[in-house]
Design a protein around this ligand. Structure first.
Ligand code: NAD
Length: 396
């Protein structure tokens, strides 16, 4: 081992109801140790994700109690923290001032949770705010989790569908393939296209960002052309911009035929920091074949379908409408593996040779830091809270 680990990265068990993921996996323990970071993990923390205590120990992690972790770690890594975990309030008195806390904190969806968390006087780093730059790709938890969600959405749809997905030529006749329509072709949507194609479906997809047309086609999907003006639909970070209710009304009208011709619709459309646009109404479902399935991956952020009920499966006009919550937690082994690698890359960006240097000259640190020394920092969260001026410590 190159250096003796001097920094302790603590990993407590997740406390959010139904959360099966864990922020660290055994395979990542040794690479961290090589960089001078020792992993302390709460006993049983990886169990729900399929990682046993003994595996962490074999790789050199130290098993510890929750209290030991909070009292000794310089860095605490969670999957969910602050705004993303209301049940985390029980830990508020355990954090120590100056500790660095890393996790998904839902800073723009639940900014009040960041304000509350700031009272711990820790330095909170919200991974959702990572800049979408090449250097940060290995840390990008949103992309990791969206890949898992896109794949799993297709399985959920297939499981509820009264049809099979692929074409099948049998002695009992030929079965035509299912028709799948994916709305939003970002990370989740592209993974859903690839997964539905692999299952043999005929796949159509649409996105307001015209740049994705080629990506859809390269996965074997058909790009649905809508006669709407989408110039300026993409911001400089590669995200969709909010386009206004007139645009969405027109989009709904134009997509109605494609929806009606589909056995499965998977919606993934999102605008960062905003409520998701309503792209399908209950009325539009009337045209779909009986037993069709809609999986609304935006359910957590308001939903792309106006009848979606977050966390529920309902039937509307004979169509099954599913609003799944926390899909990555349903595939906890691999989502934890990806998340842990993202956390490692993020931590090793500010740790070298056993020393922490959380420099704000690095936009990765600057953009993700949302609380420090008891203050909410970072322009985007402060703006979401209606706070006047960004605090001096970390203006994004
Ligand atoms: P996202 O989750 O914010 O949105 C999902 C998709 O919904 C996006 O493709 C968006 O354009 C689309 N959408 C929004 N409104 C829509 C509407 N009205 N109709 C149809 N579609 C709509 O986005 P994401 O998946 O996280 O990523 C978006 C882009 O960022 C992708 O091009 C991705 O490749 C890119 N990206 C870049 C990096 C990087 O450079 N580090 C990392 C991750 C993602």
């Amino acid at each position: 081992m190159a250096d003796t680990p001097t920094i302790i990265l603590g990993v407590p068990r997740e406390t959010f109801a139904g959360e099966n993921r864990v922020a660290m996996v055994p395979a990542v323990v040794q690479p961290l140790a090589k960089a001078g970071v020792a992993v302390w993990i709460e006993r049983g923390a990886g169990e729900a994700a399929g990682y046993r205590d003994a595996e962490y120990e074999q790789k050199g992690a130290r098993l510890a109690s929750r209290d030991e972790i909070f009292s000794n770690a310089q860095i605490v890594a969670h999957v969910r923290v602050a705004g993303a975990n209301p049940s985390g309030r029980d830990d508020m008195s355990r954090y120590r001032a100056g500790q660095i806390v890393v996790g998904m904190a839902d800073p723009l969806g639940e900014p009040a949770g960041i304000r509350e968390f700031a009272s711990t006087r820790t330095t909170l780093m919200a991974l959702e705010l990572l800049p979408r730059i090449t250097r940060a790709q290995s840390m990008d938890v949103l992309s990791s989790m969206a890949s898992i969600a896109g794949y799993k959405a297709v399985l959920i749809a297939a499981d509820h569908l009264p049809r099979i997905m692929p074409m099948m030529m049998t002695a009992a006749g030929t079965i035509t393939p299912a028709r799948v329509f994916i709305i939003g072709a970002g990370v989740a949507g592209l993974q859903a296209i690839a997964s539905a194609k692999r299952m043999g479906a005929v796949v159509h997809a649409y996105d307001v960002r015209p740049a994705v047309k080629e990506q859809i086609q390269s996965l074997g999907g058909k790009f649905v052309e809508l006669p709407v003006e989408t110039t300026g639909a993409e911001d400089k970070g590669g995200y969709a911009k909010e386009l206004g209710e007139d645009f969405y009304r027109k989009q709904r009208e134009l997509m109605a035929k494609q929806v009606a011709e589909s056995d499965v619709v998977i919606t993934t459309a999102a605008i960062p920091g905003k409520k998701s646009p309503v792209l399908i109404t209950g009325d539009m479902l009337k045209g779909m074949p009986p037993g069709s399935v809609v999986v609304d991956l935006a359910a957590e952020r308001g939903g792309n379908v106006d009848v979606t009920r977050a966390g529920e499966t309902i039937e509307v006009h004979g169509v099954t409408v599913i609003g799944p919550l926390n899909i990555p937690s349903a595939v906890p082994y691999h989502s934890s593996q990806m998340y842990a690698r993202n956390v490692m890359a993020f931590v090793l960006n500010f740790v070298a040779k056993g020393e922490i240097n959380l420099s704000l000259e690095d936009e990765i640190n600057r953009d993700t830091m949302v609380a420090k020394d008891g203050e909410v920092v970072g322009a985007r969260v402060r703006e979401a809270l209606g706070m006047s001026k960004p605090a001096a410590a970390a203006t994004a």
